[in-house]
Design a binder for this molecule. Sequence first.
Ligand SMILES: [Zn+2]
Ligand SMILES: [Zn+2]
Length: 300
Amino acid sequence: MRVFVLGSGSSGNALLVESCGTRVLVDAGIGPKVLASRLAELGVELHAGALDGIVTTHHHGDHFGHADKIATTFAAPLYLHHGIASPAGGRRGRRADLDLVDVAPESKIQNSELLDGSTLASAVTTDGGPPIDVRRYDIGRALRIGELTITTVQVPHDAAQVAIRVDDGDSALGVATDVGRVTPGLVALLAECDAAVVEANHCSEMLAFSEYPEVVKRRVSGGFGHLSNDQTAELAARLVGSRMARLWLGHLSRSNNTPARALEAVASRARRIDVDVLSETAPVALDVRSVKPYQLGLPF
Ligand SMILES: [Zn+2]
Ligand SMILES: [Zn+2]
């Protein structure tokens, strides 16, 4: 299984998983042109029809803001759980995340009916654009896209949010960002993964002494905000002895964290689990089965 991390942080999240001829994009917080250019940096060309599905974790703009454009550009089905409004459904899909700087423009409602039941499809159109193939799935119920099986578990955040496991039958990747606090369900999901992208959003001390307004500090550090380095370290400690072999730390706050602080905190509790830090915008190709990840463009 190859994983191409194309963005990780408040300026936009997206990663492409490729295995057994199936390609699935997890989150769509960067536009199609940026996505294509960052893939090209990694030597990957993505054509319309070559993307088998887009799975988004929640409706904050840094994860969902470009879902409609990516779906139409690459003619890919968009898989949404019931806590995410259809991209043609207006504001819910456009809401800014905490310290979000990248928000897509509004699109007009033409047909935004939400459908009940797992993976029911509906065609919605954005203003003037081709229809989007929207498929609904239930959180907690396995979803099959090509050769990949997607499992989700709800995690606390200030939007309906899921952690995701992508399994090709041989190896499995976890993706868990935007998590307010560690839950038993999250630990159980990640314990069945070989590797995971997890957030280490902020250093609690840096946040406490930052210029952020108190209300924002409380949101970020609260049970429906983001994981601190120490919380992610605790998560890593709980995964010791499980299938988990490596963690890639992402969604770091630019203002309230540093790669060195995140790495130091988490590695100190991770024992034999390898820990690396992802760049916010430099794309990187990872192999979940290799002993050491093959990385490009990391500035540290
Ligand atoms: Zn986010
Ligand atoms: Zn969020």
